[in-house]
Design a protein around this ligand. Sequence first.
Ligand code: GLU
Length: 487
Amino acid sequence: MINNTPRVRFAPSPTGYLHVGGLRTALYNYLFAKNKGGKFILRIEDTDQNRFVEGAAEQLVETLNWIGLNYDEGPNKEGEYGPYFQSKRLDIYKKYSNQLMDEGKAYKCFCTAERLKELREEQQKQKLPQAKYDKHCLNLSPEEIDANIKAGKSYVVRLNVKPGDKVKFSDVVRKDVEFDRETIDDQILIKSDGFPTYHLANVVDDHLMKITHVIRGEEWLSSTPKHVLLYEYLGWELPVFAHLPLLLNENKSKLSKRQGDVAVEDYKDKGYLQEALINFVALLGWSAGDNVEFYKSEDLINKFSLERVQKSGAVFNVEKLNWLNGEHIRSKPNQDILEMLKNELADSKFANKDFSDDFLIKVIEAMKERISFVSDFLTRSNYFFEEPQSYDEKVVAKRWKPDSYEHMKKLAEEFETLKNPTKDDFEAALRKAAEDIGVGAGKMIHPVRLAVSGIGVGPGVFDLLYILGKEKVISRINTAINKIKID
Ligand code: GLU
């Protein structure tokens, strides 16, 4: 290892949002660094001028901050190895490309797009396994090169890949990997606009920033032999590589926008907790081997290791994410859930209604086992915040019988006699009313739930009655008697 303190980096090309795959890469780098007492670095790879998106880097930093992946070095947190924007390091890349050219390991190429196209077509005709540059410009004399430059011809700088042994590297996840050197193209290092390609900038920066472990998505695996050659040509020690498995949709296709959200920002807007997303994303390709699914961030830091990252693709299962979101909400003290619920109410149609903390805590206790999102308190049990707006027709058909009108009338009368009823008082009163009429308690329980909530599911019916309180319960029963019509 180059250095005793592990140094890892998340090196996104900012696109305007953070892809969940990017989050997974950032998270594994972060967990690895924290587990090992190392440093987590954010480097913005913004050398592709065609893909420039205004404000994208700021957006990315904001999302990383929200999710809690605080970096040790990066934008606005300059360390020894900055700047951390590649667009501010152009001279550095030029220096190394010149060095490679001086040593005959790289050369200027003036080939036009047209010539390259013809070359590709020719190679396709010959059924070559892959298109490769034919080193045409390697043979230009210094005079020809000068003349081309004087004539204002644009050029790129290419790596001069020479014949040799297989290019080998070891990867923590994929073990020993090798590529035939012959298959590696004379890749472009500096583009005609003077900007470096990903390959050159990435390798130079990983070296200069003393990155010890390159942890990134599997889609970069095919670039790695090119990088390994660059390390070799520059005489630098290789970092440790770890390529993370692909993220897949449920149908095992590559995770795509078409099948659901891929932007972390969308998940945030939908009310997913930062802790739940971290927990979920951590399990996309890694497990501690202990069959545990619920983790807080500290536990992830303690348990994480690259050795337990799997090779096969990881399926993105939104239902599991929803379940984890509920679990993380439930793991919080009621007081914290109360704050979240109040924020949710403040943003809802109930904003100008007043609910006491005491009442809301009761709602939380009754409902928290049944929710995945804080907003579920409002949508699944809106009856705590407003009268039923309608009565579920299926439940009416099943539960409201011709004699329910009379049963409910009797029940309301019984409830009238109660003073500050507890849950048990409501239960006793209901059982007494049922007994007086000579019917089973079920004949009252289902209709009264429907009457006070408008639906057929929810917390225990006596909890429901108790939380709503005598006054609302009686008034809602009377409303239901008037409103519910059956044939
Ligand atoms: N800029 C590359 C990306 O957008 C970095 C890949 C790597 O980590 O080497 O993901």
